[in-house]
Ligand binder design. Structure first.
Ligand SMILES: [Zn+2]
Length: 600
């Protein structure tokens, strides 16, 4: 556990401006700094940092908080990890007696097991039994220097890792969690046997897992990866990002290739801004991760049909993430590794310089598939390309692409734009999921409000208990409580008050009254009751927060001071995160009247 005084010390010592600036280009505007939000795609900045208050907020996607919340979000880190990171940045030493949450502890176990395994694999490569792997690597032109750099190892043919673990009295369960050994009825066996081992690091240099290449032709499968676990999540990792990230930042773009060896050869050839997904399609998480270093991608892949199909899928994700993308197509039958081996760096550089942008590329690939001389073929092709353009979140960028497509196809921009409109919006799985979370939440609030009314109808005597929260609860609840207190809720009396509610609630009340004997309504617990109150109180802070954001945005844009609002905003963010109801109440006295604020 990290003591809370330490946490406060870190927050005090570290400057949010400095931390955020490592990830986001910020520009001063009045008393604040603003930049492009790293959490959602945008072209006009709506991401603000206030260094005086040490908080940030995005008016586009609603994300906000202090320096630790920022680190948690951008590094995809737990609270404890964020504290450690911040401490490191602030140069504060912290003694951690144990990882503060279970998830961290589990991760640490896997990282440690992987580290030990990596050492073992490297050792095996250097031993005489590793000669076969060294030969394999030498044949591919990967010499000693680069074997070291990429920490490449060898997994021997027998259960050598299991033997090593046992001989050193290590906890074999840890290695099982890391997916390195498999428990069978007869005992443990190694996952990787007689394979070249490529350790896969995350961008913070933790060893998350391994890729393993077969050495003999008859060995199946050719590539074997660590199975998915707490730290090895293919959809969140890029191979090579730990080495490439600085270069990506300085060069202004990332090169994405497909395979481990492609990547190694690219780095060897000086293309050190190259990364590779782990044999999967690119995901939203990949895009969010990469956004910290660049918003430009050069996608390189094989020109066979499987390659182009994969590229199309990746392009959708890349475009939806708001990236600018160019596509470098390898000549038929070559991957980057073969190409480099045959033609060398300069030839590859030339080839990459001729990379195409998304519309040109899609047109070129599509016109090989569909015959564009007949109108039908051309229509299909246009629809395919518009399907890609549809993923671009930015309107200006979209219309540029439409213009380009019009030029190539000879179809007018107006018609294309109309056709684009007619393509149904993709489900949010393709893009950022902010919206669906909100929907879930508003459903929960609605449900809480209704359930609370239902409970009060049944247990009018409980109404007194929620009176302290009334200024945070919706008006309908106040009304119901009032009627409970006046003993107007039972029996016939209810009919008199129904018209005081909106049609939806009123309909709900009658339904509840009719369903009084419904078995599912019988066991109402105090916990349910208070859970509903909590959800609704949080909603009140949430609403106030949104309102404040509007005010702050307006004031900031017109250059007026908004310190009071920022302070209240921080308060609302805190209260919305409070875990138990009592704390919401206990701090409430100090606060402004949230509900009155809402009515402003
Ligand atoms: Zn945002």
């Amino acid at each position: 556990m990290i003591p809370s005084e330490k946490v406060y010390e870190i927050i005090e010592k570290i400057d949010i401006l400095e931390v955020v600036s490592r990830y986001v280009k910020l520009r001063k505007t009045g008393r604040n700094y603003k930049g492009l939000c790293p959490f959602h795609p945008e072209r006009t900045p709506s991401f603000f940092v206030n260094s005086e208050k040490q908080i940030f907020h995005c008016f586009g996607c609603g994300t906000g908080g202090n320096v630790l919340s920022f680190l948690m979000k951008i590094e995809n880190a737990s609270f404890a990890e964020a504290v450690m990171l911040a401490a490191e940045m602030a140069g504060i030493q912290i003694q951690v007696s144990g990882y503060s949450d279970q998830a961290d502890a589990r991760k640490k176990i896997v990282f440690e097991a992987n580290k030990i395994a990596m050492k073992f694999f490297k050792m095996s490569l250097e031993s005489s039994q590793g000669n076969v792997a060294v030969d394999f690597l030498e044949k591919r032109g990967i010499g000693q220097l680069y074997r070291e750099k990429f920490a490449i190892g060898y997994a021997p043919a027998r259960n050598s890792l299991v033997d090593y673990i046992n001989a050193n009295n290590l906890a074999i369960g840890d290695f099982e969690q890391a997916g390195l050994v498999i428990k069978k009825e007869t005992g443990y066996t190694d996952l990787f046997r007689h394979r070249v081992i490529i350790p896969i690091f995350d961008h913070r240099n933790n060893i998350c897992g391994f890729g393993a290449r077969a050495i003999e032709d008859q060995q199946q499968p050719k590539y074997l990866n660590t199975p998915e676990n707490y730290v090895f999540k293919k959809g969140n990792l890029f191979y090579g990002l730990n080495w490439a990230k600085e270069r990506i930042k300085s060069s202004g773009f990332a090169i994405i290739v497909e395979g481990y060896f492609d990547l190694i050869k690219m780095h060897m050839a000086g293309f050190e801004n190259t990364i590779a997904p782990l044999g999967t399609a690119l995901t939203e998480n990949h895009m969010r991760l990469l956004k910290r270093w660049t918003d430009k991608i050069l996608l390189v892949f094989d020109s066979d049909s499987a390659g182009t199909a994969a590229a199309f899928r990746s392009l959708e994700t890349i475009l939806a993430g708001g990236f600018e993308v160019k596509i470098g197509v390898m000549p038929s039958g070559f991957d980057p590794e073969d190409f480099l081996d045959n033609y060398g760096n300069e030839a590859l550089k030339k080839l990459l310089n001729q990379s195409k942008d998304v519309v040109d590329f899609a047109f070129q690939i599509g016109s090989q598939k569909h015959s564009i001389d007949n109108p039908k073929g051309r229509a299909v092709l246009i629809e395919e390309i518009l399907g890609l353009i549809k993923h671009i979140p930015d309107d200006i960028e979209r219309s540029i692409r439409i213009g380009q497509l019009a030029k190539i196809t000879g179809v007018s921009e107006g018609i294309l734009a109309q056709q684009l409109k007619d393509i149904p919006e993709k489900e949010t799985s393709q893009s950022f999921t902010q919206l669906s979370n909100q929907q879930v939440q508003s459903y929960a609030e609605n449900y809480a409000e209704k359930t609370l009314i239902k409970i009060l109808l049944r247990q009018p005597s409980w109404a007194d208990e929620i009176k302290p929260y009334l200024n945070l609860l919706p008006e309908t609840i106040s009304k119901v409580v009032e009627h409970c207190t006046n003993n107007e809720i039972s029996g016939k009396k209810i009919s008199k008050i129904l018209n005081q509610f909106n049609p939806e609630i009123s309909g709900f009340l009658t339904q509840a009254i009719f369903g009084e004997n419904d078995p599912e309504n019988i066991d109402i617990t105090r916990k349910e009751f208070y859970d509903c109150v909590k959800v609704l109180c949080k909603k009140a802070f949430e609403n106030r927060r949104r309102k404040l954001q509007e005010i702050i945005k307006q004031k900031t844009e017109s250059g007026q001071p908004c310190d009071k609002e920022l302070e209240e905003l921080q308060f609302c963010i805190n209260q919305a995160n409070v875990k138990n109801l009592e704390s919401i109440l206990s701090r409430q006295e100090r606060s402004v009247d949230v509900k009155n604020g809402e009515k402003e």
